[in-house]
Ligand binder design. Sequence first.
Ligand SMILES: CC(C)(COP(=O)(O)OP(=O)(O)OC[C@H]1O[C@@H](n2cnc3c(N)ncnc32)[C@H](O)[C@@H]1OP(=O)(O)O)[C@@H](O)C(=O)NCCC(=O)NCCS
Length: 177
Amino acid sequence: MDWNPMNGPPAVTRLARYTASEFDEIRGDVLDPFEVKGSGLVWRPTEEHFGIRLDGRLVAHAGYVPVPLSVGGARFRATGVGSVIVAPGQRGRGLARTVVASAVEHGRGRGLEFGFLFCRPDRVPVYERLGWRLLKDNVRVDQPDGPIVMPLRSMWLPLREEAVWPSGPMRLLSLPM
Ligand SMILES: CC(C)(COP(=O)(O)OP(=O)(O)OC[C@H]1O[C@@H](n2cnc3c(N)ncnc32)[C@H](O)[C@@H]1OP(=O)(O)O)[C@@H](O)C(=O)NCCC(=O)NCCS
């Protein structure tokens, strides 16, 4: 399953589905790659799936789902990115960069102005390298028993040159992705 990064990144394909078996194929024997199981958070699935296969094995995935937000007085939908994962043996070679770019382009093509995602604090530098910006203030999100303050970091990405994240209280009007 070797490839030469000098020849450019491997092709991204749209996956017909992303279920537990596709997740298992990527994660290998790492039980909790996202390290958020302990948080008890309830998530929404992503809707469109961008993956990379090497020698027939799925090794990377990024999910896209449009998500409704209220920020200050403004209500809008953003390109929600979630379930970003690269197989342990393939990390550090630009595969996350490649699949995340595909998910982001999908949202941009749908006229959405912003990307939006949640991640653990130690993953923030990865997304910063991809141009995402950290939101310093809390974001409230839906959970089955009502809204809570999201314990993970929130990040946004401008999908147009002039896009500026609005100021004011932030609320994701859905479960997190
Ligand atoms: C996080 C993860 C998706 C990164 O995948 P990856 O394919 O190794 O990332 P890439 O090679 O595309 O790297 C993207 C950028 O982040 C940087 N980067 C990668 N891992 C990093 C780390 N642990 N700390 C800091 N920067 C990192 C890379 O140097 C690269 O920047 P550059 O191109 O400017 O050099 C992968 O480690 C993973 O699957 N982790 C487990 C699941 C997870 O945490 N997913 C994210 C949920 S929000």
